[in-house]
Design a protein around this ligand. Structure first.
Ligand code: B16
Ligand code: MG
Length: 216
């Protein structure tokens, strides 16, 4: 009776959240919109298209589809420029030993990310082979907090929702996991992620005993 461990990508496995922020900040600055780290919390786990809409709403700007498409391309090109030299060093502290421990225990691992850039990131960081299933922004139509991404991951692993665990750094992702009846594990600030069943500041606070308690 295996458990399905579903991992978000940005902000959980790798610290790409900071690159998303830098790239969006450039777009916002260009449009004269103030965009702070607090505003950025609303964008975590949210699709690229929806993220731009949130920023435009912040600045009360109405834009043509043509302009939006241009900014979306610009944002992604800028974001990808930060990933060019990405390697295993960008995996967040404590993540790799936990992934390896879950494998050692013969449990299942999936990715559940909103990002369309997920696969190249897993390749560059050298951990693609640890995943039994990958669901990313190319596979889903409904963004978090809709649970589609996690439901698909559990389905691919043939795991029941209640036997699935989700590691997430975003409020939208925690809500998605909860509404799918999965066990939500927040990674980050407990004030922001208070809806999660468990919360850890980062993976260095998660030990093997905790993972074992989830398996049994
Ligand atoms: P992309 P996650 C999400 O990834 C990010 O948290 C979010 O900030 C980003 O806008 C979204 O992916 C889309 O990413 O532009 O690369 O397709 O946290 O769900 O792994
Ligand atoms: Mg995330």
């Amino acid at each position: 009776n295996k458990k399905a461990f579903i991992f978000d990508l940005d902000g959980v496995i790798v610290d790409t959240a900071k690159y998303h922020f830098l790239a969006w900040q450039k777009i916002a600055a260009q449009l004269g919109i103030e965009f702070t780290p607090e505003h950025n919390e609303q964008l975590k786990g949210v699709s690229r298209v929806r993220s731009l809409d949130i920023i435009l709403e912040l600045g009360k700007i109405k834009a043509s589809q043509e302009d939006k498409d241009k900014w979306l391309i610009q944002k992604n090109e800028d974001y990808l420029s930060y990933l060019v030299d990405m390697n295993q060093n960008e995996i967040l502290p404590g993540v790799l030993p936990i992934l390896e421990f879950i494998k050692e225990k013969n449990q299942l691992i999936a990715l559940g990310s909103a990002s369309k850039n997920a696969r190249p990131i897993l390749e560059k960081t050298g951990i693609l082979n640890l995943f039994d299933a990958i669901v990313d922004g190319n596979d889903v139509t409904n963004a978090k907090p809709d649970p589609e991404v996690f439901l698909r991951a559990a389905h691919l692993l043939q795991s029941k929702n209640e036997n699935s665990l989700v590691f997430e750094d975003s409020v939208a992702g925690i809500q998605a996991a909860n509404s799918a009846n999965m066990i939500s594990i927040g990674i980050g600030d407990e004030k922001i992620l208070h809806e999660a069943k468990y919360i850890f500041k980062d993976f260095t606070f998660i030990d093997e005993a905790f993972i074992e308690s989830l398996i049994n």
